[in-house]
Ligand binder design. Structure first.
Ligand SMILES: NC(=O)C1=CN([C@@H]2O[C@H](COP(=O)(O)OP(=O)(O)OC[C@H]3O[C@@H](n4cnc5c(N)ncnc54)[C@H](OP(=O)(O)O)[C@@H]3O)[C@@H](O)[C@H]2O)C=CC1
Ligand SMILES: CC(=O)N[C@@H](CCC(=O)OP(=O)(O)O)C(=O)O
Length: 337
């Protein structure tokens, strides 16, 4: 079965990473790439990586034109822009993997608090499946719309959720200290990620105000069944890609470091994309891959987790293809290993 696939916002970084994966996917034909540009640029003019690989032009198409060419779309648009078009694709019968944050939270009041304004599609957001297969696989296969997780929440949630669910850490007092490469901010120019601003510099941002804080709390609360409270602080690191997350939690039992590690190993024993390690993860070890590497340590009166992902792969486009594979009944690892 060949799925005709479209990518919305094809000039950006997550789209570039999706294309790299999808051109190798045996069950995919890429049939639509969209941009707001009017001049129908060839894909190789936007992403020169695809010279002699993909012969397709980007189109300034609306949902109806895209729907005529596709069975499935990946939404690589900014927040809000995504929710303004996704309902039309769903009504036209397409499947959608949305990489934006628009359908990740399931409480419209929390959305309003963190994103401002009312959600334009509030009823749908309440029930949209959150696409982190390792913890919420049930439901993805049957879903028409999957909300792909945020990059920071992916690394933090995979590390902490099993420890919380199994009573190894407390739900209060969790700290997530995370560092991201600049591609996390997208290709659309922003002051903070201009080369002279971020090169040879290292800064925190969004302290106490970042929208991934409620997403992390929602994930932990839903998975563990305990209301979790997390202080999340992101940092911008002068590297292209990768996220390293160091989390600090209060223990809820007397488990040794070995027992903590064993729990994570057992939880993820059959997961192709989570590697529980006794040594320390690094962004270089996962760069360009769909892996999340995790370790856990017991230091004084705290449990520490350290996890590494590539923000553009397991934190975005790799996870999106993992979800796509589940939605279409393909082997979950297709085009990803
Ligand atoms: N970068 C990352 O690591 C991650 C990103 N995400 C999310 O994925 C989505 C895409 O991110 P990314 O690829 O990095 O972003 P980019 O800034 O690289 O690309 C965004 C794309 O959206 C299009 N676009 C921008 N503004 C609008 C608008 N108002 N209406 C319609 N189209 C618009 C642009 O296309 P054009 O200008 O050609 O029209 C561009 O191709 C975002 O929601 C982001 O938050 C999620 C996880 C990780
Ligand atoms: C370095 C950097 O700027 N990172 C982005 C994370 C983007 C992302 O993954 O998430 P969303 O899809 O929720 O936007 C940020 O902090 O906004």
């Amino acid at each position: 079965m060949t799925v005709r696939v479209g990518i919305l916002g094809a000039t950006g970084y997550t789209a570039l990473e999706l294309l790299k994966i999808l051109v190798r996917h045996p069950e995919v034909e890429i049939t639509a790439l969209t941009t707001r540009q009017e001049d129908r640029p060839h894909i190789s003019a936007i992403h020169p990586q695809f010279h002699k690989v993909l012969d397709l032009r980007l189109e300034n198409w609306g949902p109806q034109e895209v729907a005529q060419h596709c069975n499935c779309v990946f939404g690589c648009l900014p927040h809000a822009a995504s929710a303004s078009v996704i309902p039309e694709f769903l009504e036209a019968g397409l499947k959608v993997v949305d990489l934006s944050a628009d359908y990740r939270l399931n409480d419209p009041a929390v959305y309003t608090q963190w994103y401002g304004g009312d959600h334009p599609d509030a009823e749908r957001m309440k029930t949209t499946v959150y696409g982190l297969p390792e913890l919420f696989r049930k439901g993805i296969a049957e879903a028409q719309l999957v909300a792909n997780p945020g990059c920071y929440p992916t690394g933090v949630t995979l590390a902490l959720a099993p420890l919380l669910k199994n009573g190894f850490i407390r739900a209060d007092g969790i700290i997530a200290d995370c560092k991201s490469g600049a591609s996390g901010a997208g290709r659309t120019p922003k002051m903070a990620t201009l080369y002279p601003e971020c090169n040879e510099s290292f800064t925190a941002y969004g302290v106490g105000t970042h929208r991934h804080m409620p997403e992390i709390e929602q994930n932990l609360t839903v998975y563990a069944g305990k209301p979790a409270s997390v202080i999340f602080t992101p940092h911008l690191v002068p590297m292209d890609r990768g996220i390293l997350s160091t989390c600090y939690a209060l223990p809820d039992n007397d488990a040794s470091e070995k027992e903590l590690l064993s729990l994570l190993e057992e939880t993820y024993a059959n997961e192709p994309f989570v590697r529980v390690r006794s040594d320390l993860p690094a962004t270089k070890h996962v760069s360009g891959t769909n892996f999340c590497d995790i370790t856990v340590r017991r230091v004084k009166d705290r449990v520490l987790t350290i996890s590494a992902i590539d923000n553009l792969v397991k934190g975005a486009s790799g996870a999106a293809v993992q979800n796509f594979n589940l939605m279409y009944g393909f082997a979950e690892t297709t085009a990803l290993l």
